[in-house]
Each structure stands twice: as C-alpha cells, then as structure tokens.
Write a protein that binds this ligand. Sequence first.
Ligand code: ADE
Ligand code: ZN
Length: 319
Amino acid sequence: MPLPKAELHLHIEGTLEPELAFELATRNGVELPYADTDELRKAYQFEDLQSFLNLYYELMAVLRTEQDFTDLANAYLARAAAQGVRHAEIFFDPQAHMARGVGMGTVVEGLWRALGDSEAAHGVSTQLIMCFLRDESAESALETLEAAKPYLDRIVGIGLDSAEVGHPPVKFREVYDAAAALGLRRVAHAGEEGPPEYITEALDVLGVERIDHGLRCLEDEALVARLVRDRIPLTLCPLSNVRLRAVDVLSEHPLPVMMDAGLLCTVNSDDPAYFGGYAGDNFDAVRKTLGLGEDRLRELARNSFVASFLEHDEERRAR
Ligand code: ADE
Ligand code: ZN
C-alpha cells in the first residue's frame, strides 16, 4: 500500500501522456510534428526549464474542448490515486489556452467535470490553483484574473509559473494584491532556476503561503532560517529537478539536507508525463536513491497534508 499523501505541485497540462496527446490530436484534427509516441518520447531530453517549456506549450495544442480537459484530469486522478494521492492541489495555465482561442470557461468547466466527481470516482479530493505565466505581462495576468471571476467558486488560489529568470515576483504585485482581496490563497514558483532573492520577494511582496520548488534557498542562510522559523512549506519536485538539470543527479539532490535543516519539505511530481514519474514514483526515487528511511518518508507524507489548503478536519479525513 503506498503512503497516503497530498500532491501540492502538479501542472495538469504536465500530465499529458504521449498516448493521450495523440488521441486528442486525432480527435481534434491537430497535426503533431512527431510520427508517433516513441518519437515524441525521444524529444523528452531537456537542457533546462525553457527547453521543457517549449515542448510543454507546443503539445497543449491538442487540448481544445471541455471533454479534452475532463479526460486529461481523469487520467491524472486515476494514476495519482493508484500511487496513494488522497488530495491534489492542481495548477492550470489559462493564458496558454486563451492565447490559442480556448476560453477560461472551457478549461475550468472541463477540469471541473473531473474534479467535481473525483472524491467519488477516485478517492481524491481536489482544489484548483490558477497560475499566471511570469514571462507574460503583468497586464495579461490582471486580465486573466478578471476572466476567472465567474469561476472563483472553483478556484482556491493563484500561482506563478513558466520561465523564471528575468521575471521577478515583484512584476506581479498588483495581481497578487487583487487576488488576496478576493480571498484567494497565494503560492509562487521561486528558486527553481531563479536566485534566492526571488523567494524572499515572493514572501515579502506577493504574500505567498508556500514556495513552489525553493531549491535555491540553500544559497542564503538567513533565508533558510526564516523559512524554518515561519514554517513556510516548500513543494519540491526531485525528478523534475534532475530532468531540468537544476541538480546533476538524483543522488545529489539536497532533500535530506533540507529536511535536516528543519525545512518543511514536500515531494511532488510537477509535470509527471515529462519527468518520468507521478507522486509515488518521486517518493520511491528519493527512498531508493537518497536512502530516506521510513520515518523520513512518513514525515514527507505528513508535511504534504500540513502544507495543503485543506482545513484541519478535512486533512484528518484525507489521511
Ligand atoms: N510550468 C510547468 N512546469 C513548470 C516548472 N517546473 N517551472 C516553471 N513553470 C512550469
Ligand atoms: Zn512547477
């Protein structure tokens, strides 16, 4: 039996497996520049975050209808459930779809058809987090928040993702303030490729409650002390870090050092279709390669619920 866990860092578009990508391409009459799933899989060799994002955005062309988003989410929820995920806080990237003429309503309603049934169908409770693309403008983020207003009963919070370096959190101060005023929870990717200053800025300027990745906090001792003291959760993604070369090899991943330092670490899959594994696969990989014992794995699983946006009684039930 896999350990019950919550997944807090998961891009739904990053769960698009090659088989489903081809199925949706055929259904929607979209031509993919790959002969078959084998050839597509061969393209999964990444140099860095940007080289991954190029493929990630390219493949999204197959997602066009509500049904596509429902199928995508159901496929993820089935896989996650099989690996012990009991609760998932799921990112989506509306700007990447709206730029292709796919409306906010299509995305949210489509995802919701799977998420709304997920407790009954998969035994997984869910929440949706809408991410802004940080390499798009601050105005575009504000327009996206405006477009989401009819759907806010289905969206628990906002996040910030895409190409990090050169796009500091401060660029999004206004939209984070507006989201806070609407009662939305706030998270942001920071310190994946970007410097530790972006983590500090996400906390101080955007008021985030969790940091997605946060790996590079280790370069700033005072920041580590602050994250420990304030119990700020980090949603780490070990297999992602190896595939995007944030760390050279998994055996050198700093997760054990971070846990020893007292950081509130969680383990997540990020974009599992691209990075070689879902939540349970990430747990297995750190157990085998980093030699984490049963107590450490239980701590990670417990942290995932503590760091979630579940209320305390919901949290207990999910475990
Ligand atoms: N979008 C999807 N996956 C991402 C990641 N790992 N970092 C930033 N943006 C992303
Ligand atoms: Zn991510």
